[in-house]
Write a protein of this length. Structure first.
Length: 133
């Protein structure tokens, strides 16, 4: 864990209940993280897991329409509201089973931009894990 300081939001190491601005700062900061973008990815996964766990609570599930209305201007998707509701109904209990992983590559510079190159073997292994799940 590291201290996060971004856009005026300061979040010391440890467990905290974050508001929206703090959660964005926590999940976006990367330049101060010694792991760079990989550290940012891990924090983004952590935030998404916590959100998934929070919306499992009945007070959120019962008001999913209101939640979608509030979030509607902040997110975009090609799912209809009914499709999102059906996904939540069908999969809401699976949030306790969230498994995440990270593909780590080697840095390559192409035309002045940094890219992460991942081996074919690692990509195939990740693809196989997704298919199994």
């Amino acid at each position: 864990m590291i201290d996060v300081n971004l856009n005026g939001q300061v979040i010391p190491q440890g467990h905290h209940h974050l508001n929206g601005d703090q959660a964005l700062a926590y999940s976006r900061m990367r330049y101060q993280d010694p792991r760079g973008d990989y550290g940012r990815q891990l924090r983004q996964q952590e935030v998404l897991k916590q959100v998934a766990q929070k919306i499992q609570k009945s007070k959120y599930l019962m008001n999913i329409g209101d939640l979608m209305t509030k979030l509607g201007q902040k997110i975009s998707t090609d799912f209809t509201a009914d499709q999102v509701k059906q996904l939540i109904r069908n999969y809401h209990q699976s949030s306790g089973e969230i498994v995440s992983s990270q593909l780590l590559g080697k840095t390559a510079w192409l035309n002045g931009s940094a890219y992460q190159i991942i081996s074919t073997e690692e990509l195939q292994a990740a693809s196989n894990r997704l298919r199994e799940n």
